[in-house]
Design a protein around this ligand. Structure first.
Ligand SMILES: CC(C)(COP(=O)(O)OP(=O)(O)OC[C@H]1O[C@@H](n2cnc3c(N)ncnc32)[C@H](O)[C@@H]1OP(=O)(O)O)[C@@H](O)C(=O)NCCC(=O)NCCS
Length: 194
């Protein structure tokens, strides 16, 4: 059994140098739908999302915070309060039980190229290790998604090509079917830190 936080605990907030990872708010729905409807953002997914699908995704994320005690945070830029996208942890519904919890991210194109995804991901995995006590966190994406793989590498994840797999939800022959899997182990605790 994976570790859990108790149900109905509020979404925790994580502050980084430039970002606030926080609970979802009603005003996030519009920029979230714009992001999910942008073909550049969704290039490595089977399709863009309609506004209704985007709203349903927020609803699912909020529900998972309640049921699993973890999920995707809304990511806000502290300097101007702008909604940039999401980052967080999730159990894969399609994956074999042995699959570690996944860290993932999605940002609006205007927020690319600033290191925000890497900054948010570092905070999310630290929280997963320190608060949840996961021994390992993974991330996976299509072979085509090199920007996402670069985030995985920047946060110290490593890929064993033997872990590459065909995503079971994507039909055979589809350009997105082949996936890479990156893993990160919980750092050994620093004895000097007591
Ligand atoms: C995946 C995704 C989040 C990566 O975004 P990104 O902007 O490339 O990644 P980061 O936020 O870590 O930014 C890194 C870039 O910012 C630059 N950068 C600028 N200022 C920086 C700073 N202060 N710190 C770190 N990097 C900085 C880096 O040099 C790097 O640039 P490069 O791409 O030219 O090498 C983004 O492409 C995305 O949302 N894609 C669509 C959704 C998606 O595919 N999600 C993953 C599904 S598995």
């Amino acid at each position: 059994m994976p570790p859990t936080r108790s149900n109905h605990e509020p979404t925790p907030r994580l502050a980084t140098e430039r970002l606030l990872l926080r609970e979802w708010r009603a005003e996030d729905r519009e920029p979230f739908a714009a992001m999910n409807g942008d073909p550049r953002v969704m290039e490595h997914f089977p399709s863009v999302l309609t506004p209704a699908e985007s709203n349903a995704l927020i609803d699912r994320i909020v529900e998972r915070w309640r049921s699993d005690g973890l999920g995707q945070w809304a990511v806000e830029r502290v300097a101007d309060g702008a909604f940039l996208g999401f980052t967080g942890l999730a159990y894969a519904s399609w994956a074999p039980e042995a699959m570690p919890v996944e860290v993932g991210w999605r940002f609006a194109v205007d927020a690319w190229g600033h290191g925000y995804a890497t900054e948010a991901a570092r905070a999310a995995v630290r929280w997963g290790f320190d608060v949840f006590g996961f021994a390992e966190i993974a991330s996976w994406t299509s072979v085509t998604n090199v920007r996402s793989q670069a985030v995985m590498e920047r946060i110290g994840m490593t890929r064993d090509p033997a872990d590459d797999f065909d995503h079971p939800s994507i039909p055979e022959g589809h350009r997105l079917r082949r996936h890479v899997l990156y893993r990160l182990r919980r750092p050994e605790s620093d004895p000097a830190a007591g």
